[in-house]
Design a protein. Structure first.
Length: 177
């Protein structure tokens, strides 16, 4: 059981990290698919699974008011005026107030892990992408589009060198005739 609320922020973070790899670090699709993508998909699932195992082991998964299971305190109507850990003999098996121990700390840590951490990582990644795109635009406005083509510049220099060598060879052949 992996709740969606656990994985959605992490998958949003993953998509931004993909664009960070493409824009900032100029990684190819093959490199991303083989080297980076398995980790980008595994991390949210591992984090969500660890979170769910912890919730199940600590007895925090209870039926919520809408019929879904979540990390809530178990307090059905028959538990309104009784103490925590009280069990109605022969009728119910789940003690009243289950999941109450340390719920505030768990709630704060859970909110931090599922909302704040991915948000902080996304903001940092988007700032890095913005800075890189801004620098690229500045460079392009100063020197034109050709300044961005690193591989093209290297290949044209090689072609010019080869052309000069061919010209020298053809001049040498012409002079010997």
């Amino acid at each position: 059981m992996i709740p969606n609320f656990n994985t959605v922020p992490f998958h949003m973070k993953v998509s931004i990290q993909y664009y960070l790899a493409v824009i900032k670090y100029e990684k190819s699709d093959d490199y991303i698919r083989t080297k980076i993508e398995p980790f980008l998909h595994a991390a949210p699932l591992i984090i969500a699974t660890i979170h769910c195992v912890y919730m199940m082991a600590s007895g925090r998964i209870n039926a919520g008011s809408l019929g879904s299971c979540s990390a809530s305190i178990h307090s059905p109507p028959h538990c309104r005026e009784v103490e925590n850990n009280f069990v109605v003999e022969g009728v119910f098996e789940i003690p009243c107030g289950r999941g109450h121990l340390g719920f505030e700390v768990y709630f704060v840590v859970g909110i931090f892990m599922t909302i704040a951490c991915p948000a902080i990582i996304m903001i940092i990644a988007l700032a890095i992408i913005y800075r890189d795109v801004r620098q690229t635009e500045k460079k392009m406005s100063e020197y034109g589009v050709g300044s961005l083509r690193k591989k093209l510049q290297v290949s044209t220099k090689m072609e010019e060198k080869e052309t000069r060598q061919r010209q020298k060879q053809s001049v040498g052949i012409f002079m010997t005739i």
